[in-house]
Write a protein that binds this ligand. Structure first.
Ligand code: SF4
Length: 113
């Protein structure tokens, strides 16, 4: 079982306690099923740190230090779940995280539908 660290949108924390992302990891659904990873052990859930998302880069590194073998960018960032408003900085955030952690480090770009 892989260890996973989840990065989420800080702006959705008011009304989403990560329930579906945690279930996705526990049951290996959604992006994890699509990526062939299956169920994963969550080592941490942390927000992007707030707009414009710069803090997500150091936070991804911290999740890796704490054992994450996969980083999951939650659907609130990349799909705009649950209100249909994706992060306007999602592409830059993803690119910057990849630049920092390495192109080969596994990143799943959403959690669930
Ligand atoms: S940068 Fe994007 S993911 Fe982070 S709080 Fe702002 S809208 Fe949400």
């Amino acid at each position: 079982m892989k260890k996973i660290g989840i990065i989420r949108c800080q702006q959705t924390e008011d009304y989403c306690p990560s329930t579906k992302c945690l279930l996705t990891a526990k049951e290996g659904q959604g992006s994890l099923e699509a990526a062939g990873l299956g169920a994963c052990e969550v080592v941490g859930v942390i927000s992007c740190g707030g707009c414009p998302g710069k803090r997500s880069i150091m936070r991804a590194q911290e999740l890796i230090k704490r054992g994450a073998e996969v980083i999951m960018m939650a659907s609130c960032i990349t799909k705009g779940t649950p209100i249909g408003f994706p992060c306007p900085n999602k592409a830059l955030m993803l690119r910057s995280i990849r630049n920092k952690v390495g192109e080969d480090f596994p990143i799943v770009e959403y959690s669930h539908n």
